[in-house]
Design a protein around this ligand. Sequence first.
Ligand code: API
Length: 289
Amino acid sequence: MSEGYPFLKGHGTENDFVLLPDHDGTVHGDLDPARVARLCDRRAGIGGDGVLRVVRTEAYAAAREHADPAEAEWFMDYRNSDGSLSEMCGNGVRVFARHLLEEGLVEPGRPIPVGTRAGVKVIEVDGDRITVDMGRPQVLGTTEVAVGSARWAAAHVDMGNPHAVAFLDEGQSLAVDGPVGPLASEPDFDRSVYPHGVNVEFVERRGAGHVAMRVHERGSGETRSCGTGACAVAVAAAVADGRAAGGPGADATYRVDLPGGTLEITWTADDRVLMSGPAVVVARGTTAL
Ligand SMILES: N[C@H](CCC[C@H](N)C(=O)O)C(=O)O
């Protein structure tokens, strides 16, 4: 194999990513979608739900449209496994921060600002627990999603990227042999509401401040976890519970159980969403893909 170039593999609650160090933007430049798909292929490639290119904001023109290099030295250039772009990746940005720390690219014990296509996100690492300020959610009304003949009302929530959150009916289960099925194909959604596609979350209530979910992600299919999706679910649950933040009320915190692990989401009284969870880098290597 030719000498290839370095990559790393990491995950956050089993939402997994191929990381491509490209600090001055000269190794990869703008990633070709077909190449991202090859890297993410779980048989012929390295395998992942997406790619995180690690580039200095200063070194990438597209990054400077979304982040000021003086505010965020590093930019997370995120792509879905089909090569498509997304504005933001919640689990990915925790893995990204873990990588920056482990490589000595940021100072330990200080907040880490990371540029994304949804603006700058600030991350705090406390041992195994990483907390991201995901910013202000947008609650945009109600829409409808369907899987086969089963239909649900869904909350339209935007976390910088689009989400449709469907709460299962009483007695319905998230199990793959239930109404949600194996989610092998994209649920039906209203393309007039989501002209650029949507991440669709299905939610089961598990008690006060506690939900479980599955997700079909735009551009990646069903994944074991989705950070922005868990945030959208917690926001939709808080609205349904009359705990919508952004007002004089208290913070609203939800435990969100996903197939790949658990995230803790808080919608603060000053209308920010904080997401906390683990993130690890599990391997490094070289690839010619
Ligand atoms: N897994 C990611 C979501 C990626 C969103 C992407 N699928 C899209 O918006 O197109 C997360 O942890 O937030």
